[in-house]
Ligand binder design. Structure first.
Ligand SMILES: Cc1cc2nc3c(=O)[nH]c(=O)nc-3n(C[C@H](O)[C@H](O)[C@H](O)COP(=O)(O)O)c2cc1C
Ligand SMILES: C=C(O[C@@H]1CC(C(=O)O)=C[C@@H](OP(=O)(O)O)[C@H]1O)C(=O)O
Length: 387
């Protein structure tokens, strides 16, 4: 079983993650993980924090000589901002007052979290609700990403909508998307739309407002047979949706045609089946690569909708929880828009779910053992998988 936990406060000393279930013998390096961490930090529209942080991973357990041991892998990402927060965030002897937050921000975890946990300082909630946590997730899910790469799979995320601006990405192949987003500040494969998106972000910033958007994740070379129709919690589509929805501010997930499938007749939705020398081909991929909770061998295509950032520099109305009086919501230093960063987190959590499902089907304790099982499986389709 592949599982992970993350820990750490946004302005605490560090974020930590532990992953268990990664087999022995997977080649991995800190620089591979750092590359993903750097991608997560990019994006036009982010706030001042990203100028402070330069996320780097420390591997604390489970890896020796560049290869996983099969034991739990512990990763840590230091918060450079900690030096500015140490007096207020300590486990003991902290002086909370200067950083106390009393007015909840609509849309953040502030009010619900304080009521649920009985805190008298909103900071005790926001520190963990913060999407700073996603640095730990991207780090730890890089292990899953590396594992999938070993079996020839690749995962690409790109921004398809920002606020009201839509990218024209329908006809683009995965290679074109990968090429275009290399130089894009917004992880958008459509340069014309990207220019308009930047203007939209500038305008939101001037108005003291914020923006959301939609990103798409494509997973290529996923074999037939991950996930299962036989039980609700083994369905691959459900598990991918759960993980994507667990990312801060994600409020909707689509698979394949998604919501559009609901308004079209069946004849325009379902992907026709044809026989070919090596097996079967499909006339289209409206299902997004998953049928009955099982990967069907086509590309897996997912989209996630991110709501606008909750913290507004022109704050919404709220209530001071210390006095009960009406007040403007707290203003914490904040991003204006973080959809590109969320797309990188999306890639990471998709990698985790696919690796977990792959291990359930082909799992063993070492890469060599899994190679053997996977190759045997592919042989029935006349395919041999290299490394
Ligand atoms: C990469 C990323 C960066 C974010 N940055 C901010 C931010 O700077 N300010 C903010 O208020 N919310 C930000 N959010 C969103 C909040 O973390 C999120 O809205 C909050 O935790 C409440 O959770 P919910 O939106 O899922 O209900 C960010 C989310 C992501 C994925
Ligand atoms: C720190 C990150 O994102 C943070 C997510 C976040 C929130 O409320 O979710 C609020 C901001 O934190 P701060 O107030 O310290 O600037 C973002 O910068 C990160 O992505 O690494």
């Amino acid at each position: 079983m592949l599982r992970y936990l993350t820990a750490g406060e946004s302005h605490g000393p560090a974020l930590t993650a532990v992953m268990e279930g990664i087999p022995a013998g997977l080649q991995i390096s800190a620089s591979y993980i750092d590359e993903q961490l750097a991608r997560r930090q990019q994006g036009y529209g982010r706030g001042g924090r990203m100028k402070i942080e330069k996320d780097r991973v420390q591997i604390l357990s489970g890896v020796r000589g560049g290869y996983t041991l099969g034991s739990p892998v512990t990763l840590q990402v230091q918060n450079k901002d900690w030096v500015n927060w140490e007096p207020y965030m300590g486990v003991e002897l902290a002086d909370y007052e200067p950083k106390r937050v009393s007015v909840p921000r609509p849309g953040h975890g502030d009010l619900a979290g304080v009521l649920k946990y009985g805190h008298d300082d909103i900071r005790n909630v926001l520190e963990r609700a913060s999407a700073r946590e996603t640095a730990a997730r991207v780090a730890v899910c890089s292990l899953a990403r590396r594992f999938l790469e070993h079996y020839g799979m690749e995962i690409t995320g790109h921004v398809v909508q920002l606020g009201s601006i839509k990218a024209n990405s329908k006809s683009q192949s995965i290679n074109l998307i990968k090429e275009s987003i290399k130089t894009s500040e917004l992880l958008c494969a459509d340069p014309e739309a990207e220019a308009a998106m930047k203007k939209e972000i500038d305008s939101a910033r001037e108005r003291g407002d914020s923006l959301g958007g939609i990103f798409e994740i494509i997973a290529a070379n996923v074999p037939v047979g991950l996930g299962s129709h036989v039980q609700w919690d083994r369905k691959l589509d459900a598990r991918l949706a759960f993980s994507l929805m667990s990312i801060q501010a994600i409020k909707g997930v689509e698979i394949g045609l998604g919501f559009t499938a609901a308004v079209l007749p069946g004849s325009q939705v379902h992907d026709e089946i044809f026989s070919s020398p090596g097996g079967y081909t499909r006339g289209s991929n409206n299902a997004g690569g998953i049928e009955a909770g099982i990967s069907n061998g086509q590309k897996i295509v997912l989209r996630a909708a991110m709501k606008p950032i909750a913290t507004l520099y022109r704050p919404l109305r709220s209530v001071n929880m210390s006095t009960g009086a009406g007040a403007e919501a707290a203003v914490e230093r904040s991003d204006i828009c973080a959809v590109p960063a969320a797309a990188v987190v999306g890639e990471a959590v998709v990698a985790y779910e696919l690796a977990a499902a792959f291990l359930e089907k082909f799992g063993g304790d070492s890469i060599a053992e899994i190679d053997f099982r996977f190759n045997n499986y592919l042989e029935q389709f006349g395919v041999k998988q290299g490394n």
